[in-house]
Design a protein around this ligand. Structure first.
Ligand SMILES: N[C@@H]1[C@@H](O)[C@H](O)[C@@H](COP(=O)(O)O)O[C@@H]1O
Length: 242
């Protein structure tokens, strides 16, 4: 695990984007696992800049998002699908058919999870998974639990997660109670993981995830078992890391 701490958001964003850019230069048809949340937004902005300067193309890339809320359609501005379009997809040359996100509106959720797992199965191994961390240690929407799931599955979101994510909604009541998330299997199978955290409020959970016991009660702690994780932290999130 390589851990880097940055003084400014800009330096962190450039470093994060730099890792994606060098991957796309050596593997133009890379499979990218993408995350939502505020954390990766600056990295996506840097990728858009690099694309506009003609430094990279996404024409041959396939993207696989970690998760989606249940009951929120693609056209709903609160969906992760809309979030990804707003921050990345609409600005680059990534063909729509190469964008993969669980369908939050699927009537049969088990079929949808199987469909997503089949897609991920075809890829076998994502070249790079971009990952943030929830305040409770979740990755994707794999919430702390006495057990974790390998494959894509529906989850009931914790009260804390709904509260934290309520900033994207008008009220807590509006935040969906369930989501579909990639399991820890596809995440841990990725060739490389780019794990990013920002802000002092994440310092404790980042410390637990990277240095504490490996436990399903802190899903991000599984990353300690992965052979190629690059950790990018700002000074706040890295405060407790020596
Ligand atoms: N499902 C997403 C996670 O993939 C993300 O890592 C986490 C942190 O979000 P933020 O980056 O806004 O702190 O929030 C959401 O719950």
């Amino acid at each position: 695990m390589q851990i880097y701490t940055f003084k400014t958001d800009r330096e962190l964003d450039e470093a994060g984007a730099g890792i994606v850019i060098s991957l796309l230069r050596s593997v133009p048809g890379a499979s990218l696992g993408l995350a939502t949340g505020q954390t990766p937004v600056g990295v996506y902005e840097e990728l858009v800049k690099a694309y506009r300067k003609g430094h990279i193309s996404f024409k041959k890339v396939n993207t696989y998002n970690l998760d989606e809320y249940r009951g929120v359609g693609k056209k709903d501005p609160r969906s992760f699908y809309a979030f990804m379009h707003q921050h990345l997809f609409q600005h680059i040359d990534l063909p729509e058919e190469q964008i993969h996100i669980p369908d939050g509106e699927a009537e049969d959720v088990i079929l949808e999870c199987n469909r997503y797992d089949a897609l991920l199965g075809n890829v076998r191994q994502l070249d790079l998974q971009i990952l943030g961390i929830g305040l409770n240690g979740h990755i994707g929407f794999n919430e702390p639990n006495f057990r974790l799931s390998y494959g894509t599955h529906a989850v009931i979101l914790s009260e804390e997660t709904r509260r934290v994510n309520s900033s994207f909604f008008h009220s807590l009541e509006e935040v969906p109670e369930q989501a579909i998330t990639m399991g820890v299997g596809a995440i841990m199978k990725a060739k490389k993981i780019l794990f990013i955290a920002r802000g002092e409020k994440k310092a404790e959970i980042v410390h637990r995830a990277l240095t504490g016991p490996i436990t399903t009660e802190c899903p991000a702690s599984l990353l300690q078992l992965h052979p190629d994780v690059i950790v990018l932290l700002d000074e706040g999130a890295g405060k407790l890391i020596g």
